[in-house]
Write a protein that binds this ligand. Structure first.
Ligand SMILES: Nc1ncnc2c1ncn2[C@@H]1O[C@H](COP(=O)(O)OP(=O)(O)OP(=O)(O)O)[C@@H](O)[C@H]1O
Ligand SMILES: [Mg+2]
Length: 371
């Protein structure tokens, strides 16, 4: 198990411009596949480098299996690492590249080659052992880098944007492969990425970082369906969650979100503490949780279709308030069978209990705790 306790990292001379990592707490179980996900500059690489021992935390503790490793040298941490640029040694063959970490550890050449061969079989590159990196495709080079990281049989595998140089199709293949290898070997893996689809697809748990702090650490479906705050909600999802500025009010015994364009009655089982009434909130709902409905449906909202985009698997419909009071456009997803064109007047409704309310006076905290 890996434990990060209250980790702070200030780069020298950077104190005034903030902390790269600012009080990070994280636990990763043995054999788990965890992604660090967040916008550029949020502290992902810094965190990975501290795990590898290439950077020292300014304060806080890093523990492997309960043992403090803050001062353990990188070479003694039993970690395999793949950087964004694979950084293969161009003058060495694939075989020597993979065997390199073993030779560094003074393992005899013959044995190192044996082990390089075994690892290369797992990654299906054993037919390429005599080639130089320049004679390989991008995906093959990536696998050589993985093989090199795995050849010394590490307890922990650290991957920093390992797939960012690959084309879309190859990326899918390689990510399946990484997941398969990881499962087979049971190696604890931490991957850094800013590709949310990738993180959600292959991880057991994802830590969403912003400004050097963890916003939420949970399995993918939980992050997506139960975001703890506005940052997580708006960071995840493509097309993104719709967010409409509103105010919570008590009206005729009902609790209502009042926006410029519509009023939405909270269902009885979603009533909030009275203390929240009067608060400024963002009303959030994902595009696939909005349906086009009939003119007689309960809680319908009249809208005008501004644009229809064909996604292949369905249609992305952008609707606007026909009266022009609501200044945000709303996106929704429909099936291909929906006959809908720009200019149409439509009624939309929000699917039951799929909406979120973010408290704008409390850093966008989600007021609804669905379970
Ligand atoms: N060597 C350094 N010296 C000073 N500041 C640094 C150094 N390396 C990174 N930083 C700063 O620390 C913060 C976190 O950087 P980090 O590289 O961890 O971000 P990241 O999440 O990996 O971003 P990206 O997605 O762009 O790779 C940034 O504000 C960055 O400018
Ligand atoms: Mg980085």
């Amino acid at each position: 198990m890996i434990t990060l306790r209250n980790i702070v990292k200030e780069y020298d001379g950077k104190q005034d411009s903030g902390r790269a990592v600012d009080g990070l707490n994280l636990e990763i179980n043995k054999g788990e596949f965890v992604a660090l996900l967040g916008p550029s500059g949020c502290g992902k690489t810094t965190t990975l480098m501290m795990l590898a021992g290439l950077l020292k935390p300014t304060s806080g503790e890093i523990l492997f299996n309960g043992k403090l490793v803050n001062h353990v040298e990188p070479k003694d941490r039993n970690i395999g690492m793949v950087f964004q640029s694979y950084a293969l040694y161009p003058h060495l063959s694939v075989r020597d590249n993979i065997a390199f970490p073993l030779r560094e550890r003074k393992i005899p050449k013959q044995e190192a080659y044996e082990r390089a061969k075994e690892t290369s079989k797992i990654l299906q590159i054993d037919h390429l052992l005599d080639r130089k990196p320049s004679q390989l495709s991008g995906g093959q080079q990536q696998r050589v880098a993985m093989a090199r990281a795995l050849s010394k049989n590490p307890e922990i595998l650290l991957l920093d944007e390992p797939m960012s140089n690959l084309d879309a199709r190859l990326k899918l293949d390689v990510r399946d492969e990484i997941r398969k290898i990881q499962r087979n070997l049971g190696v604890t893996t931490i991957i850094v990425t800013h590709d949310q689809e990738e993180a959600l697809a292959i991880s057991d748990r994802v830590a969403i970082l912003n400004g050097g702090q963890i916003q939420q650490y949970a399995p993918p479906h939980e992050l997506f369906n139960h975001p703890v705050n506005l940052f997580v909600a708006s960071f995840l999802g493509n097309p993104p969650m719709n967010l409409v500025q509103g105010e919570l009010r008590e009206m005729n015994g009902n609790q209502v979100v009042v926006t410029e364009g519509f009023e939405y009655l909270l269902p009885a089982d979603r009533r909030l503490d009275k203390a929240h009434m009067g608060k400024s909130v963002k009303f959030g709902i994902r595009p696939h949780d909005i349906a086009i409905c009939s003119p007689t449906d309960h809680q319908r909202i009249k809208m005008k279709v501004d644009l229809v985009e064909h996604l292949g698997s369905g249609k992305l419909v952008k609707v606007i308030d026909p009266l022009g009071k609501l200044d945000t456009m709303i996106r929704l997803l429909t099936g291909n069978e929906a006959e809908i064109e720009s200019g149409d007047e439509v009624y939309i409704k929000f699917k039951e209990n799929k909406f979120h309310l973010f408290d704008m006076n409390d850093n966008g905290r989600n007021l609804l705790q669905y379970k």
